[in-house]
Design a protein around this ligand. Structure first.
Ligand SMILES: Cc1cc2nc3c(=O)[nH]c(=O)nc-3n(C[C@H](O)[C@H](O)[C@H](O)COP(=O)(O)OP(=O)(O)OC[C@H]3O[C@@H](n4cnc5c(N)ncnc54)[C@H](O)[C@@H]3O)c2cc1C
Length: 596
């Protein structure tokens, strides 16, 4: 069975030594009193919970999966899941980053994000039950009426109830404008909702007393397409005015998907048969309201792959130090043993370092981005709020797609380190690979994230937000311009920044001629910009490591070695990506459809 050690020192390095988050958070009124000790203590306790309670039920949960009782429509999660969920509630973990007005602990989203990285390492499938609840909480917090907030937020905050997002239907996933679920207004102000949703994560389970489904549906007179979608709260059990549970509502699980990974998370076909719902926000403006939940979920999905990358790396390193096969090409490194440990072989190191670099780059990018989320909500300066919001919007598709693509590569490499044993269930490595694969698909496929980045977030405002972020990178390059030791990081970063500017302009011009050019280049483009953000954060991490290397703490030597590996072995991928992005539309469209 795989093991997991919470990477607390790595988190503290990013939070306190690289990003100085306490200084930044203290500027936000709700966090004026925050300090590093509080953050560290919460993460230490959270790490224990993840390693001791959640990780031990990951492998068994994958094997057992969820069971649907077709007569009652109830779903049972694997052994230990319910008890673990109760421990999670009792520990107050659900309330970490929730509003004190509803019983929350009022900590920054950033702390929750770090806690969730550890939960995801421990058990992605289990983590999706409470994970979706937080998105539902945020959506209702932003768009619910006072009445809805009063009824639903306290119980989502304390974890007594969980939440879901019900968007996808059999005939539509990416293109939600096609959805057909109907909502008919009733005389009492509620709606009767009828339709079929599929692939609904955590759609049914026995972990919580009630499940709060956030459902997209159409009013009878709604315009066609995405401008005719409204959002509704549809609870599993209706909720009485005093907050107590009423009758079972007409929404139930009619089937469970059998799938490649995350077996222990229930992926449900949900039937709505005249289910009672109340509208959230304005009629026909449901998609915009739902985006609060979707954006939270996109950051959450990036975090899932960060968690899997970290845990796969930890186990692959332990295995590579232990497994003896062949001698090093340059002569025995463990002459007293029958063979050398495989960690002496360059390519095994390449696989391990790739996973390590992808985890460290992702952790820095995630922390920086979620700090922008905290600023966008909690700053008392409107300009700062707007700037943070724009940066958050820019970086969200990068987090979702770049980190999950990397997570797939990293978990696959870590499985490879195990040789044939990696393919065997009991080692746990093949589960990490299977679990990582869905992260590239749901919450908007990675192709859709790329279109969002290049089409909307970059070209959509003539590159203004990207330029602003680029200015931060340029300021750092300028600051370090005369620092000899930093040149190995600064020069390639500056070079890539120039290339991204040129590529963006070139693609913008091509898109004027033919919008399909965006579709032809977007995936490569996102990966190039993803690397640019990683290179920036690796350079910042290297700066701190160089300053502290003299302390003799080997931690900083390891940080420098990882940064050097990243710049030498991973970043150069951008050269071929820029070429393929430039190769444009023609090679993709030349072939007639009939010839496929
Ligand atoms: C395990 C699991 C859990 C899920 N959980 C949830 C959940 O909790 N709630 C929920 O509502 N949904 C959920 N989903 C659904 C998921 O979000 C969708 O599957 C996903 O958004 C893709 O939609 P689709 O499957 O309909 O694929 P399609 O939209 O049919 O896409 C098929 C392919 O076409 C590509 N494509 C589509 N349009 C374009 C375009 N314009 N340009 C380029 N390429 C394009 C896509 O990238 C994809 O590769 C889940 C799915 C799974 C498998």
């Amino acid at each position: 069975m795989p093991s997991y050690t919470p990477p607390l020192r790595d988190m503290q390095f990013v939070l306190h030594e690289v990003l100085n988050v306490v200084d930044e958070l203290k500027m936000l009124p709700p966090y004026a009193d925050i300090d590093a000790d509080t953050i560290n203590a919460v993460l230490e306790e959270g790490g224990k919970f993840c390693a001791e309670v959640i990780a031990p039920i990951n492998l068994s949960g994958d094997k057992e999966g969820c069971q649907l009782d077709k007569t009652t429509h109830e779903v049972t999660t694997p052994k230990g899941f319910k008890e673990a969920y109760q421990t999670y509630i009792d520990g107050g973990w659900a309330a970490l980053a929730c509003d004190p007005a509803y019983g929350g602990q009022g900590l920054p989203l950033l702390v929750n994000q770090c806690f969730y990285e550890m939960l995801n390492s421990a058990n992605q499938a289990w983590t999706m039950y409470p994970g979706l609840s937080h998105g539902a909480y945020e959506c209702l917090h932003a768009h619910g009426t006072d009445e809805q907030k009063k009824l639903y937020l306290p119980k989502l905050t304390n974890g007594q109830w969980t939440g879901t997002m019900c968007l996808t239907e059999p005939h539509c996933g990416t293109d939600l404008g096609l959805l057909r679920t109907k909502a008919e207004p009733q005389a009492d102000g509620t709606y009767k909702i009828t339709g079929q949703k599929i692939f609904i994560s955590a759609g049914e389970h026995q972990l919580a007393e009630n499940i709060v489904h956030l459902v997209l549906a159409r009013l009878p007179d709604a315009p066609a397409g995405s401008k005719g979608i409204s959002l509704f709260i549809v609870p599993k059990f209706n909720v009485n005015a005093d907050g107590s549970l009423g009758e079972r509502n007409g929404i139930f699980c009619s089937g469970l998907e059998h799938k490649m990974g995350i077996h222990a998370n229930s992926t449900c076909q949900m039937t709505l048969d005249g289910a009672i719902g109340t509208m959230v926000g304005q009629p026909n403006k449901g998609l915009a309201a739902m985006f609060v939940m979707m954006n939270t979920a996109r950051l959450g999905v990036g975090n899932q792959s960060l968690g899997l990358t970290e845990v796969a790396y930890q186990n692959a390193v332990a295995y590579a130090k232990d497994r003896l096969q062949m001698r090093s090409l340059s002569g025995p490194k463990a002459p007293d043993k029958p063979a050398d440990p495989i960690i002496v072989h360059p390519d095994v190191r390449k696989m391990l370092l790739t996973a390590r670099a992808y985890a460290e780059g992702a952790r820095a990018l995630q922390a920086y981005t979620v700090l922008q989320a905290d600023k966008s909500i909690s700053s008392d300066d409107e300009d700062e709020r707007k700037e943070a919001e724009a940066e958050l919007a820019l970086l969200t598709p990068i987090i979702k797609a770049f980190i999950t693509d990397n997570g797939w590569i990293a978990t696959s490499h870590c499985m490879q380190v195990y040789g044939g044993h990696g393919f065997i269930h009991e080692w746990g490595m093949e589960q990490f690979v299977r679990d990582a694969r869905i992260n590239m698909i749901y919450e908007g496929t990675n192709t859709i994230q790329s279109l969002d980045l290049l089409g909307r977030k970059v070209l959509g405002n003539n590159g203004a937000t990207l330029k602003k972020f680029g200015k931060k990178i340029a300021a750092f390059i300028e600051e370090e311009g005369t620092n000899e030791a930093m040149q190995e990081f600064i020069n390639p970063l500056a070079d890539l920044g120039d290339k991204v500017n040129k590529l963006t302009q070139e693609l913008g011009m091509k898109a004027f001629g033919n919008p399909d050019e965006v579709g032809a280049a977007a995936v490569d483009y996102l990966r190039v910009v993803g690397h640019m953000t990683f290179a920036y954060f690796f350079a910042r991490m290297a700066k701190v490591a160089l300053e502290k290397e003299g302390s003799g703490d080997p931690f900083y030597r390891a940080k420098l070695a990882t940064a050097r590996f990243y710049f030498a072995k991973l970043l150069p991928e951008t050269a071929s990506l820029i070429r393929t992005a430039r190769a444009g539309l023609k090679p993709l469209m030349e072939m007639d459809e009939a010839l496929f």
